[in-house]
Design a binder for this molecule. Structure first.
Ligand code: P6P
Length: 352
């Protein structure tokens, strides 16, 4: 009788888990879950694969460069910005549980249906962040966030201090701590999908040979420290003094600088290796350049879920009360110890 061990397949401890099956298994842990979430995330995954394909073939298909329009941000729209936006709208638009789609590229959100018609979620996204780098093969990405399209219970006053504002706040202008999910897709040397639904951070890589995002890391944790900072030092002379003091301290303490100019790529490197990413107030953007609702908030949720810190002018980004879809914010996020080193030098009462 042959030794059965010889016949037994050599199973490894790590199974092959797709994004789809991962979300379904997560959903089963939430009693009463309706499958709505899976619906939405599978649509985002489909959009990600499609955009990734377009990004890789951009030069071949001659879709590089400017689209010719200026978007609501006052920035030159790249051809791929428009293409990525349309892809996401087409993938998500037919999901019957989505109330609102709000894009960096469009001044106003697309209202699909209200809650009475089944609109349970609001999706906000930057379809192609860092696209000005696309012509040179630098990593770019899609950033998204999901809010529940919840009615406000005025009697309970969900936003205690902003009761007056609660009557005016459309359902998508919610503080970041109410995000139901957040994530990004990095179109880099590989296509990487990073996701949190509030239960830790998971990372998937697109396996082109099977067309699926496969789970590669569960419950990612950002290293507590790493002597690397990520900031555009070209603006250093216009940074508030405390940031300049921090950079001088970092130079004297053996720090290195890494800055790609594409938030998804810069934050992803920091999530895996540790360090600090910041976009301080500058002369051009005294309130910061990055957008709160669909850049800073989703990244802040991911960084906090991974054990890091994410601040804006000394305040937790996720606690900021938004008043406009496209409002900007300063950003300071990363390894807890590295954020603390910056905070030791920047006194936010002098930043205003
Ligand atoms: P700057 C890209 O345009 C972007 O919105 C982010 O992806 C990136 O972090 C930032 O702007 C770069 O801005 O002023 O350094 O070029």
């Amino acid at each position: 009788m042959p030794d059965l061990d010889i016949l037994r397949p050599h199973y490894t401890s790590d199974n092959l888990t797709s994004l789809q099956s991962h979300i379904l298994s997560e959903e089963q842990q939430h009693p009463g879950a309706t499958g709505d979430f899976t619906w939405i995330l599978s649509a985002i995954a489909l959009a990600a694969k499609t955009i990734g394909n377009k990004v890789r073939r951009a030069r071949i298909e001659d879709v590089l460069g400017d689209h010719g329009d200026i978007n609501v941000q006052g920035e030159k729209q790249q051809k791929l910005d428009v293409i990525a936006n349309e892809i996401i709208m087409r993938c998500l638009g037919d999901r019957a549980n989505i109330a609102i789609l709000a894009s960096e590229e469009d001044e106003h959100p697309v209202v699909l249906r209200d809650r009475a018609e089944g609109g349970r979620y609001c999706i906000l996204f930057d379809p192609l962040d860092g696209s000005s780098n696309i012509d040179f093969g630098v990593g770019v990405g899609t950033i998204f966030t999901v809010f529940r399209n919840e009615r406000r219970n005025e009697s309970r006053g969900l936003f205690e201090n902003d009761r007056r504002q609660a009557h005016d706040v459309p359902h998508y202008l919610q503080p970041g701590f109410r995000q139901a999910a957040a994530g990004y897709i990095l179109y880099g040397s590989s296509t990487i999908f990073v996701l949190t639904t509030g239960n830790g951070v998971d990372m998937f890589v697109l396996d082109q040979s099977i067309g699926s995002f496969v789970l590669v890391e569960r419950h990612l944790k950002i290293p507590k420290s790493n002597k690397t900072y990520s900031v555009n030092e070209a603006y250093v002379d216009t940074f508030p003094e405390g940031y300049q003091k921090y950079l001088n301290w970092a130079h004297q303490n053996g720090y290195s600088s890494r800055y790609i100019g594409s938030m998804v790529a810069d934050v992803h490197r920091m999530l895996l290796k540790g360090g600090v990413f910041m976009y301080p107030p500058t002369k051009t953007h005294p309130g910061g350049k990055l957008r709160l609702m669909y850049e800073a908030n989703p990244m802040a949720m991911i960084i906090e879920q991974a054990g890091g810190k994410a601040l804006a002018d000394g305040q937790r980004i996720l606690d900021k009360r938004p008043t406009d879809l496209h409002e900007r914010t300063t950003v300071l996020m990363g390894s807890a110890e590295e954020v603390d080193h910056v905070m030791e030098h920047v006194h936010f009462d002098d930043v205003k």
